[in-house]
Write a protein that binds this ligand. Structure first.
Ligand SMILES: [Zn+2]
Length: 97
């Protein structure tokens, strides 16, 4: 049986996902589920480097003013420009070289 991280890798090799979408597909609920998946993605990024693959990050975006965050493995809670908390999550995908 595949581990959670292995399942995330095969999902991200198919198409891009947000952390919320991954939580839904993997059936991980509750407080801390997003943080858990973010930790998985950080660990996966390190493994991928050794395999010659890359993690592509579509950065988070403010849905109110359009501010673009840095492409990081993190979910910002608030827009630094307009202070809105209506944030589009970053999306992740795995690409081979
Ligand atoms: Zn904003």
């Amino acid at each position: 049986m595949a581990t959670r991280r292995e399942r995330i890798i095969s999902l991200l090799e198919e198409r891009d996902y947000s952390v919320s979408e991954l939580a839904q597909v993997l059936g991980i609920r509750g407080k801390g589920s997003k943080r858990l998946i973010l930790e998985d993605i950080r660990a996966i990024q390190k493994v991928l480097k050794r395999e010659g693959k890359v993690l592509l990050i579509k950065p988070a975006e403010c849905r109110k003013c359009g501010f673009r965050f840095k492409p990081e493995i993190n979910i910002p809670s608030r827009c630094p420009r307009c202070k809105s908390e209506w944030i589009e999550e970053p999306r992740f995908m795995i690409a081979g070289r």
